[in-house]
Design a protein around this ligand. Structure first.
Ligand code: IPD
Ligand code: CA
Length: 254
């Protein structure tokens, strides 16, 4: 099983990089005005870039690991599987992607019995691969990452996500608590990249009160291995997520 996981880990790292380059190719088409965009819902968009990138990832995984299951943002889930399940967001930060901005990424996780054990997040714009396997540490392009373990936040910068599925008051009160304690906030619009950036020490925390599995599973492994405090709760239709350096865990939770 361990060898198998090691092989899957390397496979996922390479796959995320290839998929990132495919998605980047679509963004280049977008810059030239050659990409159609569909509206899924309020502030929820999709394009061939998302669909085709996910199709590529799914085909590669199904051919390499036919016994594994798959859950993707665009193509849904396999009904039955015998081993673990791959949880994939082909482009996290789709709105940024479609608005010709650069904060978006590919996110691939592998779960065994519901627990994420491999997490890979690739930012093709900066050629940054955030990767971790349970028990083996977290890395950025092969270099180990660990979050600040001190008891006081030095700079104080948190990335927040907002979902219209939760009361606006939750979001506003988190923001207020942070500001009252001298901690600044950003909303970058890619949960997966936001989580990866906490692991890399670029933010002290990330919080979002309604989020889908494909947005967070890879980040959860990376953050746990980077020794961040990570809390996810399953709620109706999704999850809550909070991840941070230990010094601000209580404050961020409220
Ligand atoms: C969204 C982004 C956003 C987060 C949303 C996600 P998408 O994913 O991660 O930052 O706030 O909850 O749905 O639509 O860009 O793949
Ligand atoms: Ca997403």
């Amino acid at each position: 099983m361990n060898n198998d996981l090691e092989q899957k880990y390397h496979f996922a790292c390479e796959l995320a990089k290839q998929a990132g380059l495919i998605a980047k190719g679509y963004q280049n088409q977008l810059l030239e005005g050659n990409l159609a965009i569909d509206v899924k819902g309020h502030q929820d968009f999709v394009s061939d870039a998302d669909r085709e990138t996910e199709k590529y990832i799914r085909t590669q995984l199904e051919s390499a690991y036919p016994q594994d299951g798959f859950l993707g943002e665009e193509s849904g889930a396999t009904d039955e599987y015998r081993t673990g399940v791959w949880v994939v967001d082909p482009i996290d930060g789709t709105t940024n992607f479609l608005r010709k901005q650069s904060l978006w990424c590919v996110s691939i996780a592998y779960l065994v019995e519901g627990e994420p054990v491999i997490g890979v997040i690739y930012d093709p714009n900066l050629d940054e691969l955030f990767h971790a396997r349970k028990g083996e540490g977290a890395y950025l392009n092969g270099k180990p990452m660990e979050v600040y373990q001190g008891s006081e936040a030095v700079v104080g910068l948190v990335n927040l996500g907002y979902s219209p599925k939760m009361p606006l008051d939750n979001y506003l009160s988190t923001m207020q608590r942070l500001l009252d304690n001298g901690i600044e906030h950003r909303r970058h619009g890619s949960a997966a990249l936001g989580l990866a950036h906490v692991a890399a020490g670029r933010f002290d925390g990330y919080r979002e009160d309604f989020i889908n599995a494909w947005d967070i599973m890879a980040g959860v492994v990376i953050l746990r291995e980077a020794k961040a405090d990570v809390a996810t709760n399953q709620i109706e239709g999704g999850y809550t997520i909070q991840a941070s350096i230990p010094a601000i865990t209580e404050l961020l939770a409220g």
